[in-house]
Write a protein that binds this ligand. Structure first.
Ligand code: GRF
Length: 187
């Protein structure tokens, strides 16, 4: 099977990156992770790049210079899918235009609800009964593009930010791979 060359962008723990790497090692999974990019040299997730011998680059200078360097690297490695997995920087219009329809993101809420930061805090404050996560295409508006896959769970009145995060991430670690499989089975 010819796999799609992809790159995962991270800024932090990289638990979603880890789940994508695990899926990508299976023969039937449509993508191969050929590159990892981080804007944070101390991102914990970079340990997975080292552990699984995946090339990685850290770009943490000025945004435009970083994007320019990232675009060069992506083109050098013939990347045709970018997965944002906890990447905490907004990508410019120029960058997005270079990878139109080829950038996806995972967000810890049932979009269009609770875009942006501090998601768990906002969900609890609004006494929501349901929460979940969403994998979506990235466009120029924050957490806004077309939804690829979404899954929900019921919030218990015992839940706090910590337990909500644990429950959400448990689903995230499955849904990201499922969304990618879905994308390429539709083509
Ligand atoms: C995830 O919860 C994701 O939804 C959000 O950032 C978090 C990243 O977690 N965009 P990790 O770095 O993959 O552990």
């Amino acid at each position: 099977m010819v796999k799609i060359n992809s790159c995962v962008f991270i800024s932090g723990n990289g638990t979603n990156l880890k789940s994508l790497i695990k899926s990508s090692r299976s023969y039937n999974f449509p993508i191969k992770i050929s590159l990892i990019i981080s804007n944070n040299k101390n991102a914990k997730g970079l340990i997975y790049a080292k552990k699984y011998s995946i090339p990685f680059k850290v770009f943490n200078n000025k945004p435009l210079l970083d994007e320019c360097a990232a675009l060069k690297e992506l083109s050098k490695r013939k990347i045709s899918l970018i997965c944002l997995a906890g990447y905490m920087k907004i990508l410019s219009k120029n960058f997005l235009n270079n990878y139109k329809g080829k950038i996806i993101n995972i967000h810890p809420s049932l979009l269009p609800k609770y875009k942006g930061l501090n998601t768990y805090e906002k969900i609890l404050k609004n006494k929501e009964k349901l929460s979940g996560c969403t994998v979506h295409y990235v466009n120029q508006k924050l957490d806004d593009g077309k939804v690829i896959l979404q899954k929900f769970f019921f919030i218990s009145h015992h839940d706090n930010e910590k337990t909500l995060k644990i429950k959400t991430q448990k689903i995230e670690h499955k849904i990201f791979s499922e969304a990618i499989t879905k994308m390429y089975s539709m083509n």
